[in-house]
Design a protein around this ligand. Sequence first.
Ligand SMILES: [Ca+2]
Ligand SMILES: [Ca+2]
Ligand SMILES: [Ca+2]
Ligand SMILES: [Ca+2]
Length: 399
Amino acid sequence: MLQTPFTQRRFLRFVFLVGLFSLIPLYYPVTNHNATPFQEDRSQTAVVLAEMLQAANATSNFCEGFESGSLPAFMTTETTSNAGANGRVQISAAFPHSGTYHVNLDTDCDGCGGNTQQALIVSVDLAGATQAGLNFWIANRGDESHVQDGVFISDDSGATYTRILDYSTFSSAYTEVNIDLAAAAATAGLTLVDGFLIKFQGYDNYTIGTDGYSIDDVCICTPPAPLTVTAVANGSNVDLLWNDTGSNSYEVWYSLNTNYITPGGDCSNPAPYQCQEVQANSFTGIGWAAHPDLNFDYFVLDVNGCGQQSPWSQSSEQGSFTFPLGSNIPANLALTSTAQPQIDITAAAAPLTYILNYANASRYTADNVVITEAVPDGTTFNAGASTAGWTQVGGTIGV
Ligand SMILES: [Ca+2]
Ligand SMILES: [Ca+2]
Ligand SMILES: [Ca+2]
Ligand SMILES: [Ca+2]
């Protein structure tokens, strides 16, 4: 039996985040200002438990094409209803940009109610990122323009959002959109945090095709930084070692007989160079140290989950390792010799000057190079008039 002296109930609201499977008691004291005690029948008090499931967080560097047929854990939806019309966020196979599936934002009936809001929300870890790019494809399927249409971002778990793109004016064909998230966040006064939210929202009152948006291939990427690579001789091999960035893969580019690699290229089709994708942060160049040309050039690039490489332009060319010339490793040296002036060797005591021109056609330093020259019988080596370094050894002159 309800015996409440209140003519008007006062409702309390407590907004909270509860972890999965948590049951935490909530208390709220009240003071009776009535003259007499009272009883309240709690069976008639409506208690609503709102389950707020925190979205899983994507690490950055993903591309989502919705090909599993369902949303990944780091994407959630948020819709409103209006006078019998309900907002929808659905996986569809009707109008994909790539593969089979895409996402539609629309209302579930044609003009049966008011405008509804339909949002796909992506939660991503961008803590510490200095660069972050958002790339996606979107088609406007007939939606009229409203301030609620567009891409919104939030760094406070969705308490406030800032619109960074109005896509309502886009056409019914898919358009690719690239947004510099770091710049957009800075402009909005937001911080790239763990749990940064990106909301794709539509707002209208008809089904897809008359209203609504189709979205596919959503990528959020932070470009990999250049790697620090060292080359270590290992017998006839060369071990390349670099810092582990946590990436799933790295590209090791190298040339076999070319001094230089022109930056840029596809690792699956690397001609005229070689490229191998590796998962570990090391690579062994088999036989590199014993290669007769010593013309190895190499780059090691970090590859993120979006397939982006660390920038070639900032990846210093890494082909500068030097090995001492061994007995089986001839230098790629060119040597020409001329004697000037051309004189009759029998002429009396004329000075005869030999000029040796040498060049190292390899890009690597050749250590311990020895040039040996023989001069005709009956001549005398003039050390004082020679390039410093020549010495006469027995019957020969060498340096
Ligand atoms: Ca797709
Ligand atoms: Ca609209
Ligand atoms: Ca409409
Ligand atoms: Ca329309």
